[in-house]
Design a protein around this ligand. Structure first.
Ligand code: FES
Ligand SMILES: [Fe+2]
Length: 415
């Protein structure tokens, strides 16, 4: 819990921020800011934990570290997914020290109190007989599963989830991520504050130089200042073509213009977003040459479905093509460090080596991600310098960075 002095420190920092400018350096390096973020953002909102297909069978689990809270996300015998604090109800020992696995019971390594897959306490040998076991099950928290995405909230009273579920459910349903399997997972330990990573994600000002492969597939890097008639005609043609074709299958284009869709939306305090966007002509998948590299996913009957993009603050973005999806999950590990997991998903029936090659699915987002992490680490080193002063955002190209910063400050101000 933050102290009065810490609260004042954060309030003063928020007040000192100049609108339209990047944040002062303390936001990216100060422990007091980080502590406030953990309380006011990470323990308050909905966090993307993983995909339900990562734990398909009873007893499958993975652990997830949110600041000092390790969580166990586990499927029980009825198929329901739970999120437990990874803490024994006897004297608090951490229960699972593995990143993932499958277990019949959760057994504490200290004195062997034993819990069922739904968290209830089964045995606690050596304890007095009148101990009420029903009051000593694992502490669990809120879980929502939507379109294959598992979200948890550590808050006692989490924010409403229904509208996010409606949007992500409607757009995500045809992708069939709940019927997917993990083709590959890569974990990155990035030496940058989690906001630096989001600020990078929220603009494509850097794309022309940093992402030569990404810009071949997408229109994102064009904005109001550099669009021309020729490019606009290409976007219009892609949208018209897609609208005509997709409307027959119930898919709708939900992003039609140059530039990135607005997110997060601070005016509506909107922490989620989903849209379907056409790719450039000749591309049916976010792959190096734009070609399909795995069997169609979900309900798709045609490869030409553009990209489905789903994002939730503070820790998920997913781009899904006709044949694979890629989810990026952020977890801060201190003010100057972010643990990032990138997961590639394909249809559950696809067989590696026969239906797809991991080497063909991965490079597009692996390169894009690693290019971003490198520039984020460099940005972090710069904003930690005593020579750093906040600089102006481009209204053409960084409106979403500004939106992110305003959303972030709004959350942080809610002490
Ligand atoms: S601390 Fe877990 S059984 Fe004692
Ligand atoms: Fe990038």
């Amino acid at each position: 819990m933050a102290t009065v002095t810490e609260n004042q420190f954060v309030a003063d920092l928020i007040a000192a921020r100049q609108p339209g400018y990047s944040l002062p350096g303390a936001f990216y390096s100060e422990e007091r800011v980080y502590r406030a973020e953990m309380d006011r953002i990470w323990r308050r909102g909905w966090l993307f934990a993983g995909h339900c297909c990562e734990i398909p069978s009873p007893g499958d689990y993975f652990t997830m570290q949110v600041d000092s809270d390790s969580m166990i996300v586990m499927r029980d015998d009825e198929g329901e997914i739970h999120a437990f604090w990874n803490v024994c109800r006897h004297r608090g020992t951490e229960l699972c020290d593995q990143p993932s696995g499958r277990i019949g019971r959760i057994v504490c390594p200290y004195h062997q109190w034993t819990y069922a897959r739904d968290g209830s306490l089964l045995t606690c040998r050596g304890m007095q007989e009148d101990l009420d076991k029903s009051r000593l099950g694992l502490r669990s928290t809120h879980v929502r599963v939507i379109a294959g995405f598992v979200f948890i909230s550590l808050a006692q009273q989490p924010p409403p989830f229904e509208q996010a579920a409606e949007l992500i459910g409607a757009l995500g349903q045809p992708q069939g991520l709940e019927r997917a399997k993990v083709a590959k997972t890569v974990d990155y330990d990035v030496a940058a504050n989690w906001k630096i990573v989001w600020e990078n994600n929220r603009e494509c000002y850097h794309c022309n130089v940093n992402h030569p492969q990404y810009i071949k597939a997408n229109f994102d890097h064009y904005n109001a200042d550099d669009i021309n008639e020729r490019v606009q005609a290409k976007i219009d043609a892609a949208v018209t073509h897609s609208e005509e074709k997709w409307s027959a299958t119930g898919l709708a284009v939900s992003h039609r213009r140059s530039g990135m869709t607005r997110f997060p939306d601070v005016e509506r305090n909107c922490w989620y977003s989903a849209n379907r966007t056409p790719l450039v002509e000749g591309y049916v998948s976010e792959t190096m040459d734009g070609k399909q590299v795995a069997p169609l996913m979900g309900d798709y009957t045609d490869a030409d479905v553009g990209t489905l993009r789903i994002r939730t603050m503070p820790n998920l973005w997913n781009h899904s093509s006709c044949d694979h999806g890629v989810s990026t999950r952020l977890l801060p590990a201190g003010p100057k460090r972010t643990l990032i997991r990138v997961t590639w998903l394909v249809d559950s029936a696809a067989v590696e080596g026969r239906d797809y090659q991991v080497e063909e699915i991965m490079p597009f987002w692996q390169l894009t991600s690693e290019q971003d992490w490198a520039i984020c680490e460099q940005a972090q080193r710069g904003v930690e310098s005593s020579g750093y002063l906040p600089g102006p955002f481009s209204t053409y190209k960084e409106y979403n960075v500004d939106g992110f910063v305003r959303w972030y400050l709004q959350q942080l101000a809610l002490a």
